[in-house]
Each structure stands twice: as structure tokens, then as C-alpha cells.
Design a protein around this ligand. Sequence first.
Ligand code: SF4
Length: 321
Amino acid sequence: MRRQSMRVVLAQPRGFCAGVVRAIDIVERSIEKFGAPVYVRHEIVHNRTVVTDLERKGARFVDELDQIPDGAVTIFSAHGVPRAVVDGARARGLPVLDATCPLVSKVHSQSRRYVAQGRTLILIGHAGHPEVEGTLGQVDAPVRVVSTVADVEALDLHRDTPVAYVTQTTLSVDETRGVIASLKARFDDLAGPNLSDICYATQFRQQAVRVLCESVEVLLVVGAANSSNSNRLREIGVELGVPSYLIADATALDPAWVRDAKVVGLTAGASAPEAVVLQVIDALRRLGEVEVTQMDGIEETVSFRLPPELRQTEDEPGGVA
Ligand code: SF4
């Protein structure tokens, strides 16, 4: 039986952030300029559709530098890398293009600055995530990784230890606020950037989902299972009492989720292409009549400069905003 008509409300903003656009551009332009294959350490961004498309164009994705042949063009992913990887590539004389998001690089320099000040560094983030591994590997000192208030309480540090914190860029704004508050209560001499390490794209997509969830019955988040910012979007929906599902692509959509819904919210993580959002809308249309609208929201204008060797003109593409 055909389902009743459905309204699909698109989140604004959603999908690609400036760091992801830059990283994909770096891979595509490297292939154009230097020829295929180019080697990318780690998935350039956490999205299978993006990775498959770049593989088709001539990118090879590897886990470690020793899988890259001598002399091959080498690209570091948007999540950033430990210093040992940079040094290893330099020692082998590999031609490197660094697609680390400038907002992640900012966290790397903050971390080094705090350690140089003699502070014990606390990294708020999810252990094992490549961005966290990259930041840990940027400093020559032990770093404590915490992700919850309980982790902060369990830290084996004295109250008067000079400490500083930085955060992963794609965390939940609300949860991180709580963790920072517990650090402030736990330590007398604490330095840190407040919430500003959580990047603009993460913050704006989370704000949009909060607004969207006031008026939808189901939330669909397009994003990969290993995408941190996409998972946080789904969790916000759940926290607000809206049944919320993370889907890698249209094939993952279960018609039962939306069978009784009149209004469905649709968003996408910062590494999810708009083409997949459109495929999900097509899949919903195959279930019945669909009207698509977009919520009012922030128009993002951020863009990041490409490495000099890949710019086609001196001032392209607009500079770091
Ligand atoms: Fe950069 Fe934020 Fe995008 Fe990560 S999510 S690539 S930190 S802009």
C-alpha cells in the first residue's frame, strides 16, 4: 500500500565543510597535475562514496607510509597525522601534500604551545580516532585523553598540576561543555580554548539539527559509521526524542523507519556528499509522494587555501576564513 505524502525538511547547513572540500580538491588536483596514482595515507575523509570516487580517478588509499612506493606523491588525510609520519615521509624524500584541515592544524599548534609552557596536556576526544592519534603524535610528552566527566574524575593528577586542554574538532558541543566544566572544577591552574576547538562546521550542523528536531518525526543523517561528526548529529536527534538513523547511502534506508512519518528531517555529516542526500530523497520518493523543503539556516562561506603547488591562481580559492 502506498504511504501517505511526506514532507522532507533538509537541514541548513549540512554536508561538506571547507576542510573536506579542500582535502578532496587536493587529491583531485594532484592526480591532474602529477598523474595517477597518488597515494593517500588513511581515508582522505570518512566517507566511502568519496573514497570510491577518488579511487576511480586514480587515488590509492593506504594505512601506512611503507605501503607507498619511493618517489610517489603522498597525501595526508584531513584528520592530520603524528609528527613521526611527517618525519618518516621526509626521511624517505616522498613528495608530500598535506590535506590536514587548517582547523586541526590549529589544535596541533595549540597543543605544542601548552606543552612548551610546561603544562600537562589533556585531550578531550575519542581514543583511537585518527584526528586524536594525529594530535597525540604532535607533542613530545604524555597526553591524557578524556571523553567523559567520569574520565576527568579518574585522572591521576594533583589539583595544582598546571594543565591545559584541547579538543577534537568534531565533538558534541553540549557534552564537551560538561567535560570542560568538570576540568575547571578539578584543576586550579587550567588553560584552554573553551569550546572553540570544536570547528565551525560541527557547531553549525549540530545547531541546525537541534532546530530541525523541533518539527520532524524522524531524523535521517547521511554519513559514515566511522564519521565522528555524523554520529554526533544522530545522537542529538536521539537525545531530543526523535527516532534518528545514520545511513551511509540510500540503500541503507529502511522504509519501516518512515512509514508513518509525515515530516522527516534530513541532514548530512561534514564528509557526506550532497549527491548521496539527493539519492536518499529519490529513495523516499519511491515510497510515495514527497515534498522537499529546506529549513532557514546559516549560509556558510568558509573556504581554505590549497597548498601553493596546487593553486591555479595566486589568490585562489579565497583564503582562510
Ligand atoms: Fe575541518 Fe571541521 Fe571539516 Fe573537520 S569537520 S575537516 S575540522 S572544518
